[in-house]
Design a protein around this ligand. Structure first.
Ligand code: SAM
Length: 291
């Protein structure tokens, strides 16, 4: 059924938009689709949250009820297109500049000197669930500032996410002014452009940072991660929590395959690799060294 047909379909007792719950059957098939595609768990306890997040998609499709919307997306010809918007609506994108700041301290005080001692002249870093971009831009600030004050190493950052909407924001490098509050003043002066007009509430990352980061869509559920040469640093923070244990294990194992020996993996503070048999040594809180 097309979106237009949905819009004109009559119902004997139409529900007002925004109040109908989804049937258990439709919740189950949506949850299965989301899990298979993205790895994101959708237990029964998240039904109300999912309903809330899909209202806008329901309206956009012109569907009277969430169940009508489900019929619409599961019609074979619609899934490919609407699936993308559905997944964008389902992801949780909370992020911050200098989130879990101990990681960036450890990077500049321990890892970068250690890599300098090993003669590393160019660093490849990957932010593997970058959301709207504060994580890769924080990383870029730290690496760029270090390079300038220590005469290197050069660096390049790959930043990926499943959600195409957040990638668009990340590419623009434009944020509400208050979001950069956690960035230390000296780094704000160097890397953040504030508009002359004080009434404007947006700021932008400087071009040098924007051009140091390549943004791309990558689904961590994919069997291979086509990221090119192995990385010195992989940040995969605050995304494993949405996956179940077997999926976490597969994802971490594929991330480790993308690390150079002596490279570092950063997970979120509430994430762990306990019980996974991987060539990693924990060196700080949720920081692991390969080999
Ligand atoms: C809570 S944010 C974390 C952002 C950032 N790493 C941080 O710690 O601030 C989680 C991100 O993971 C992304 N994500 C969820 N499932 C994914 C998948 N299968 N592949 C890639 N990214 C995924 C979401 O789109 C979201 O932007």
């Amino acid at each position: 059924m097309t979106a237009a047909a949905m819009a004109t379909r009559s119902s004997p007792s139409p529900q007002p938009h925004g109040s109908d719950p989804m049937s258990k059957r439709n919740f189950a098939r949506l949850a299965a689709y989301i899990y298979d595609y993205s790895g994101i768990k959708m237990p029964e306890s998240k039904k109300t949250m999912l309903e809330g997040r899909l209202r806008r998609r329901q309206r956009a499709a012109g569907a009277q009820t969430l169940d009508d919307y489900c019929d619409y997306i599961f019609a074979e010809q619609n899934l490919a297109e609407e699936g993308l918007s559905l997944i964008n609506a389902v992801t949780t994108n909370k992020t911050d500049f200098f989130r879990e700041p101990g990681h960036f301290d450890y990077l500049s005080k321990v890892i970068l000197p250690e890599m300098a001692a090993r003669g590393v002249r160019s660093i490849r870093a990957w932010s593997a669930a970058c959301s709207t971009g504060p994580e890769p831009y924080t990383l870029a600030m730290v690496l760029d500032d270090h390079a300038e004050t220590h005469g290197g190493p050069a660096y390049g950052i790959l930043a990926t996410d499943l959600d195409t909407d957040v990638l668009e924001t990340a590419r623009s490098g434009i944020y509400p002014r208050e979001l950069v509050d956690p960035v230390p003043d000296a780094l704000q002066r160097k890397y953040v452009m504030f508009p002359r007009d004080a009434a404007r509430r947006d700021v932008r990352m400087v071009p040098a940072l924007r051009s140091a980061i390549g943004f791309a869509r990558l689904n961590l559920m994919d069997e291979r991660y086509p990221v090119g040469e192995p990385m010195h640093l992989v940040f995969c923070r605050n995304v494993l929590i949405y996956f179940d244990k077997p999926t976490q294990k597969q994802v971490v194992s594929r991330l480790v395959d993308c690390l150079k020996p002596g490279g570092y993996l950063f997970l979120g503070h509430s994430e762990s690799i306990t019980g996974h048999d991987l060539p990693l040594t924990q060196v700080a809180n949720t920081v692991f060294r390969k080999g």
